[in-house]
Design a binder for this molecule. Structure first.
Ligand code: DOR
Ligand code: ZN
Length: 359
């Protein structure tokens, strides 16, 4: 239903969904929930809380907390009614097939997330040995619960820029071979290797792509001084990889869809000697993606990526409401107030984007 006016000044698309977001918990939700619900109908909420979301009951309780903050927000009744947080379980060495069955029957758990232990923020409880997960993967196949992967190996000796490629070769191939009907999403892919790998597989394998991996590469992170607000995991790669990601995202292939990986870390924890990993983008995600697609002349391919392919992958209907982007420039806020006097500095803070949301 993409409709572009003759002058290419406005673009009306079905309301997007975010298939990978970090909302965090408690007071953080006062900021993250209105930002997410302002842009998206459905969001897949990552489970890497402290402690993690490990069972269907944890997921149910977390969803209730999210909805309480939604109701307390200033969002319109229409946006509140449209917002549908879909939950994930955090796979640990102790997750059982019964946990998976309960999650599948809960009606609110959309997928199961695998963090290799130590791969990223709050991943200490992640999986240490995927060979021990066979019963759980079988149950996921049986109940059609997709596996979402943070696709990086974590061995100390593997270079940070090689960790995604090594995961494809050493881990993902094995999972796909052993569980051929398991639906899998390679989350936040960052390399041509991952894009090519996903393209070469059947329709049960897909990938999400973040705005930062479409718009930036490691030069943006490291040249002329370290820019901590570009630091996320998996880390930004070379420009050739960025180009490959833009190619597949804008190709019209239904295997690639929107997942912001928007992750709130306070400004002081990003701008630190040992800064946290994560880019905060959810409030401006649509203008960011529009800018990325427009940069390669493919704005007409935006709607499939933002609003159709993810729903198709998850077997859900596409949204019925729409949003209009207009190419009137907007300035990304310098920061957002967060809780207890802290702030969040978003991706591209203070910079101009050529696209904004109409109204
Ligand atoms: O940069 C990241 N931040 N990557 C992840 O995988 C996790 C996320 C977070 O939770 O902060
Ligand atoms: Zn994430």
């Amino acid at each position: 239903m993409t409709s572009i006016t003759d002058s290419f000044k406005e673009l009306t698309i079905l309301q997007p969904d975010d298939w990978h977001i970090h909302l965090r918990d408690d007071k953080a939700l006062a900021t993250t929930v209105p930002h997410a619900a302002g842009s998206f109908n459905r969001v897949i909420c990552m489970p890497n809380l402290v402690p993690p979301v490990k069972t269907a009951d944890d997921a149910r309780a977390y969803r209730e907390r999210i909805l309480q903050y939604l109701q307390a927000s200033n969002l319109s009744a229409e946006r509140q009614a449209a917002f549908d947080p879909r939950m994930t379980l955090y796979l640990t060495d102790h997750t059982t097939a019964q946990d998976i069955e309960a999650a599948a029957k809960s009606g609110i758990v959309q997928a199961v997330k695998l963090y290799p232990a130590g791969a990223t923020t709050n991943s200490a409880d992640g999986v240490t040995d995927i060979n021990a997960c066979a019963d759980v993967f079988e149950a996921m196949e049986k109940y059609n619960l997709p596996l979402l992967l943070h696709g990086e190996v974590t061995h100390d000796h593997v270079d940070i820029f090689d960790r995604e490629k090594r995961f494809l070769d050493d881990v993902l191939v094995q999972i796909i071979t052993n569980f051929p009907t398991l639906q899998i999403v390679m989350e936040h892919i960052t390399t041509r290797d991952a894009a090519d790998f996903v393209l070469a597989q059947g329709n049960q394998i897909a990938a999400t792509i973040t705005p930062q991996h479409l718009m930036f590469n490691r030069n943006h992170l490291l040249l002329g001084g370290i820019k901590p607000h570009f630091y996320c995991l998996p880390i930004l790669k070379r420009a050739t990889h960025q180009k490959a990601l833009l190619e597949v995202a804008t190709s019209g292939s239904p295997k690639f869809f929107l997942g912001t990986d928007s992750a709130p870390h306070t400004t002081d924890k990003k701008e630190a000697a040992c800064g946290c990993a994560g880019c905060y983008s959810s409030a401006t995600a649509l203008p960011l993606y529009a800018t990325a697609f427009d940069s390669v002349g493919k704005i007409d391919k935006l709607e499939g990526f933002t609003s159709r392919f993810g729903a198709q992958f998850y077997g859900l209907p596409v949204n019925e409401n729409t949003v209009t982007l207009i190419n009137i420039p907007m300035q990304v806020p310098v920061n957002y107030p967060y809780f207890d006097g802290s702030t969040l500095t978003p991706l591209m803070a203070g910079e101009m984007l050529p696209w904004s949301i109409k109204g």
